[in-house]
Design a protein around this ligand. Structure first.
Ligand code: HH2
Length: 272
């Protein structure tokens, strides 16, 4: 079975839950991205808005002010360093931001609202021939963790994602350019997150590439009642990548490359 590709997280934000404030300077952000490419990233996912629980919305103008200086240098820097194969992704729900990113070399729009926040986003992806990652979330980041309730979380998330994939196709996005993501931590309790991760094979069976974003998230701390510092959640993050690989997930969105690359290389070697 092929190993999932690594999508490296690069948040150009002051307030992201684990790397907030670290990559606000465009030069430092580009250096960090180059390092992650060197360490095995297949994608660099650049974001200008934190979507952690409790986060406030950031205007499209402000997101552009944060991500454009990074993206302006990043494509050229990657190409010059020999990483032409590393793709750029923009983590936004706003078409205006996505448009700027596409103009600066992004080929993937990672939309945590699955095209719902901005009706112009899916048509933009279609017209640009971009790939879209459609993620499930319940509610908005500001309030989504306030007692989320589902009847059958797996059935509801799967039905929602298939519905949004249909909407993307209706907007003109090619079927092979649609990825699905269950949205770990987005309006979900620990039990919901675990049920969705257990059901990854069901999502993979839809035929769409599946992305898992479980890295450093709170579910890891909740399992043991420990690790309040997201940087202390490497073991849980890596375990979820190994699990994702076994389930046939196509892409894992992670904060650090080496431990994830290593576990996947070991997993592949052990399969012979
Ligand atoms: N999680 C976050 C942000 N974007 N995109 C996808 N497709 N899937 C995810 O699980 C996902 C995502 C939240 O993580 P992070 O970017 O590290 O933090 P913040 O939102 O605080 O910037």
């Amino acid at each position: 079975m092929p190993a999932p590709a690594l999508m490296a997280i690069l948040n150009a934000t002051p307030d992201s839950f684990s790397d907030g404030g670290l990559h606000l300077d465009p030069g430092a952000a580009v250096d960090h991205a180059l390092q992650m490419a060197q360490e095995g990233a297949a994608w660099i996912d650049v974001g200008g808005e934190s979507t952690r629980p409790g986060a406030a919305r950031v205007s499209a103008k402000e997101q552009i002010a944060r991500v454009a200086p990074v993206l302006t240098c990043l494509r050229l820097a990657l190409d010059t360093a020999g990483f032409q194969r590393v793709g750029l992704s923009i983590d936004t729900t706003q078409a205006q931001v996505a448009q700027v990113a596409l103009d600066l070399g992004a080929t993937l729009i990672n939309d945590v609202s699955a095209g719902e926040d901005d009706p112009a986003l899916l048509p933009l992806a279609a017209q640009a021939g971009a790939t879209v990652c459609l993620m499930h979330k319940r509610g908005q980041p500001a309030s989504m963790q306030a007692a989320p309730v589902y009847g059958d979380v797996v059935a509801e998330v799967k039905a929602y994602l298939l519905d949004r994939a249909h909407a993307a196709e209706q907007a003109g996005v090619a079927r092979d350019k649609i990825w699905l993501d269950p949205g770990i931590g987005f309006g979900k309790t620990l039990a919901h997150n675990l049920a969705l991760m257990r059901a990854l094979p069901e999502l993979v069976a839809t035929g769409f590439p599946v992305l898992l974003g479980a890295s450093r998230k709170k579910w890891i701390a909740e399992l043991e009642g420990d690790a309040p510092d997201p940087h202390n959640r490497v073991g849980g993050s890596v375990a979820s990548t190994l699990w994702a690989a076994q389930c046939g997930v196509a892409v894992v969105r992670v904060h650090e490359m080496v431990p994830h690359r290593q576990v996947l290389a070991t997993w592949q070697a052990l399969q012979g």
